[in-house]
Design a protein around this ligand. Structure first.
Ligand code: B12
Ligand code: SF4
Length: 496
């Protein structure tokens, strides 16, 4: 059977720039091909349009997202139908994050209208946690993969091709004669090295630069339990690593095939195992790979020696979740990190010469106005090279979501009509008053605008812009297209 994997439009429907290749779909596609299925990927959220690029302001465009979803004649939906017409799949798998549910439902409807014989399967964070709700809301969804996708999806496709009811397959919920039947989560793959490398060949392949295709994952999972994070809904809390040898094999392949010079390592916490980190850096150095790379980490998983070695081996970017400006909020987030720890990390990062980004979040339930005001203050004390601010959104499957249910700010279910009429940052809210139970709506909005502008002003300092350019020097020397792309992005971001 022919399978098309699809990333539904989201950023693109709001005129936002988005060139990420969907690495999860890349893994699924390679695995399906290995197990004898024909498969391709279509990223319906790819957008080269750099008109909007400041992601802090994304929620300002959620109304546009909703109105574009209602527009049957929108060119994005026409393009989706054309891709389906060209590829002629028997099964379409859609990856779904919570803010993209309405878009995914919309596409499921378009597919069934075009050809009701095509099987529609959802997977990813949202359907994993909310499989019942998804099945009840839309009869256009034939099945859901719960959790890690590779093995369960391959078995589901086998059952479709043999016309069998997909019962007793771990990780599969399905519809049998119209009625949903719910399965257990999928079994996690113990040894990640058995997985084929994610494909970087898509239906829309011409659009990506070597930098876009340089995303890799060297592990799955994170043992920490931050209350706002939903990564655990797919992976649980056990971290599984690929061996460094296996990672190097992938690097050899993608460097040879796509001329990749910069790696974006998307692991949740790449620096958790210092010995492995050291091996990775030494391996890059001994192979004289001349790559630059960036990764995600935590403030308590960095030390001077590791940073020195990381820098020497080409690391030019680290992203850290700072989240708050006070210990009380950090405790509520169960971040297991203190303000002092973050200060120490800021100090050693500054000396490391590696460009670092701090992620901050405002507006979790019970956070007071005073605590929110400490965020920009603390940001200016620890001085990240780039400071990113988002406003809290509740994702099912997180502890903060459960707390929201208990304190009655949230409701547990949304209807199909709710999804098409509610901006994604207000999903599951009982009343449209925001997640804050202690700051009133108008005051919250004023604070949000003030702090977002404060962050934007901070990021626009010439010193920080210059540092960013320096950190990308090697990329510019390698690929002129990246300079052009960055200039366009910079102008849009600077003006925002
Ligand atoms: C990399 C990343 C991104 C990248 C790239 C996303 C992409 N399209 O690939 C960028 C920066 C663009 C991004 C953006 C966003 N992200 Co993000 N992102 C991640 C991150 C760090 C890793 C995702 C990843 O690649 N995992 C590795 C692959 C192998 O796993 P996977 O994608 O989950 O896929 C596996 C299974 O889920 C399943 N599966 C997934 N899809 C499907 C589909 C089918 C048909 C099947 C059968 C199976 C299946 O099988 C796969 C293989 O096992 C996660 C955190 C995490 N650890 O999960 C957050 C995360 C997924 N992001 C999240 C969010 C909210 C977003 C945004 C919506 C934020 C926003 N408001 O803008 C946007 C969405 C925009 C977009 N275009 O996708 C949330 C999702 C929460 C939720 N409940 O949905 C997460 C979990 C982080 C968090 N806050 O907790 N993100
Ligand atoms: S926020 Fe980061 S450190 Fe915390 S649980 Fe999620 S991935 Fe792990």
């Amino acid at each position: 059977m022919k399978v098309l994997l699809l990333d539904p439009p989201f950023y693109r429907l709001m005129g936002y720039y988005n060139r990420y290749f969907p690495v999860g779909l890349g893994y699924l596609c390679s695995f399906l091909r290995k197990t004898g299925h024909e498969c391709s990927i279509y990223n319906a959220d790819f957008s080269n349009d750099s008109t909007r690029i400041n992601y802090s302001f994304l929620p300002d465009y959620y109304d546009l997202y909703l109105s574009n979803l209602k527009d049957e004649n929108h060119p994005v939906f026409k393009e989706i139908i054309n891709s389906i017409e060209d590829y002629k799949p028997d099964i379409i798998g859609i990856t779904v994050m919570t803010p993209k549910v309405a878009s995914a439902f919309k596409i499921a409807g378009i597919i069934k209208k075009y050809n009701p014989e095509i099987k529609v399967v959802f997977g990813g964070n949202h359907p994993t946690v909310k499989s019942e709700e998804v099945m009840i809301n839309s009869t256009n969804v034939d099945a859901i993969i719960i959790g890690e996708g590779e093995k369960s999806f391959s078995k589901l496709i086998d059952s479709f091709s043999e016309n069998r009811v997909p019962e007793n397959i771990d990780g599969v919920s399905y519809r049998n004669k119209g009625f949903p039947a719910f399965g257990k989560p999928s079994q996690l793959i113990e040894n990640l090295d058995i997985l084929p490398f994610p494909t970087r060949e898509f239906l829309d392949n011409d659009s990506y630069t070597s930098e876009d295709l340089g995303i890799i994952l060297t592990s799955r999972g994170c043992p920490y339990g931050c209350y706002y994070c939903s990564a655990k809904s797919i992976w649980g809390k056990k971290i599984r690593f690929r061996t460094i040898g296996n990672v190097m094999e992938e690097l050899d392949l993608i460097i040879g095939k796509y001329g990749i010079k910069h790696l974006t390592i998307k692991d949740d916490i790449f620096t958790i195992d210092r010995v492995r980190l050291k091996n990775f850096c030494n391996e890059l150095l001994s192979r004289k790979m001349k790559l630059t790379w960036e990764c995600n980490s935590r403030a308590d998983l960095l030390d001077k020696d590791s940073l020195k070695l990381m820098h020497k081996s080409g690391c030019n970017g680290i992203k850290i979740g700072v989240e708050a400006g006070d210990d009380n909020t950090l405790r509520k987030l169960r971040k297991n990190i203190t303000i002092q720890k973050l200060r120490d990390a800021g100090r050693i990062l500054k000396k490391s010469k590696i460009h670092w980004t701090g992620y901050f979040m405002m507006g979790i339930p019970t956070q007071t106005k005073e605590e929110v005001k400490l965020i920009p203050k603390f940001m200016k004390q620890i001085k990240p090279d780039f400071a990113s601010l988002s406003v809290y959104e509740a994702y099912p499957g997180t502890e903060l979501f459960e707390l929201g249910l208990k304190t009655k700010i949230l409701k547990n279910e949304m209807t199909l009509a709710d999804f098409f009429s509610t901006p994604p940052n207000q999903y599951y809210l009982k009343e449209r008053e925001g997640f804050s139970d202690v700051i009133d709506k108008i005051c919250f909005r004023e604070l949000e605008v003030e702090i977002k502008n404060d962050f934007h002003k901070y990021n626009r300092s010439l010193y920080r812009i210059f540092k960013r350019i320096l950190s990308r020097k090697a990329l510019y020397l390698n690929d002129i297209r990246i300079i052009v792309k960055d200039i366009r992005r910079f102008i849009a971001w600077y003006k925002s």
